[in-house]
Design a binder for this molecule. Sequence first.
Ligand SMILES: NC(=O)c1ccc[n+]([C@@H]2O[C@H](COP(=O)([O-])OP(=O)(O)OC[C@H]3O[C@@H](n4cnc5c(N)ncnc54)[C@H](OP(=O)(O)O)[C@@H]3O)[C@@H](O)[C@H]2O)c1
Length: 363
Amino acid sequence: MSTKPLRILIVGAGAVGLFYGSRLHLPEDNILVSLVCRSNYNAIKANGVKLLTHSFGEYTFHPENTFNSVQQAAELANIQWDYVVVTTKALPPTSTDDSEANLVKPVVGKDTTIVLIQNGIGIEKPYTDVFPHNVLLSAVTVVSAEQIEQGIVRQNRWTRISIGPWGIGSISHGRERNKLFCDILKKGGVKDAEEYDERGLQFVRWHKIAINASFNPSSVLSNGAANSDMAADPLLKTHILGTMREILHLATIVLQSPLPSKFATPEKIIESTLRNTRKNFDSNQQKSQKRPVKDDGESSRPSMWYDWAQGRPMELEVILGNVVREAERVRVDVPRVQSMYALLCMAQARRDAERKRKTGARL
Ligand SMILES: NC(=O)c1ccc[n+]([C@@H]2O[C@H](COP(=O)([O-])OP(=O)(O)OC[C@H]3O[C@@H](n4cnc5c(N)ncnc54)[C@H](OP(=O)(O)O)[C@@H]3O)[C@@H](O)[C@H]2O)c1
């Protein structure tokens, strides 16, 4: 595919980064992936990444380089990265210096394309503010993956990733970079890597956020209900449907266009969520003969629930807060989203303050 090596750096070596990184790494085509790790650095440096996948079976991915920080990637490697792929959770900065856009600054050259594979609305702007002249690609995935031990990733199901350019700097060669990135993923077996234009991708993003912003906070507020349990419960189903409708209506106003007919309606989403019960998932896995070795039986709960339960920050701002702010901007009411945002911001602040009080630790 390429004569001079094409180099890709993944920043955020968790479930999503390691899964897609392993599919993008094609040494026979001179496409080489390196990783910026954090807590899993020692495990991956020593053994590479073990993948237990529903779609591709089991394999080990050995990246070209494994770094323990972005700074180390910049200092040790002296590489002009073709793509820097950000797959951290999209969380607000805790100080002015560690915004994610600033985090990747040392590895972004003038020809580097930045790819964001993250959930949420409004995640692109911090990057265009810092890198107005770089191509920025925005990507939405529906993969279900988790890092079950350091350096071991289990992909439970799905591979689909939708990618489109973002912003003025992306208009000319942005499309080529977008196409190339999709082509590499397809070559790596991700057959449903889909190329979009800017508006098309934003519809994908809003449609995904309609699902995430309905199910994820509702799971936290209902003490860890699985998606299929929420879809089956009459009261929660009304709430989930109402939230999805609220967000999809807002999306049509923000994007100034009706929702394209290819997207599932809230009712269809509820139907398919009901089909995705634990029992059906297990039976499909067994039929495929590619059953992952370990399955904790809880993969149909949203990751926000796990973040809450394990005391980690939740992606509240990009999943709820930015929706509320967009609604205020265009003067549309989103009462269900606003209520969940307010409740969870307070719950998270109280949880963190309580932990700080108990441990005396600085959070
Ligand atoms: N997992 C899924 O199935 C799935 C599906 C669809 C969308 N998504 C979205 O994809 C994004 C990534 O999710 P994920 O599940 O892959 O999260 P994850 O497993 O928590 O991975 C994030 C990784 O980023 C690392 N990281 C964070 N800040 C860093 C920094 N400053 N320097 C270096 N590394 C840093 C974390 O390191 P530590 O481990 O040291 O904290 C972690 O390894 C999120 O926006 C999520 O909502 C996930």
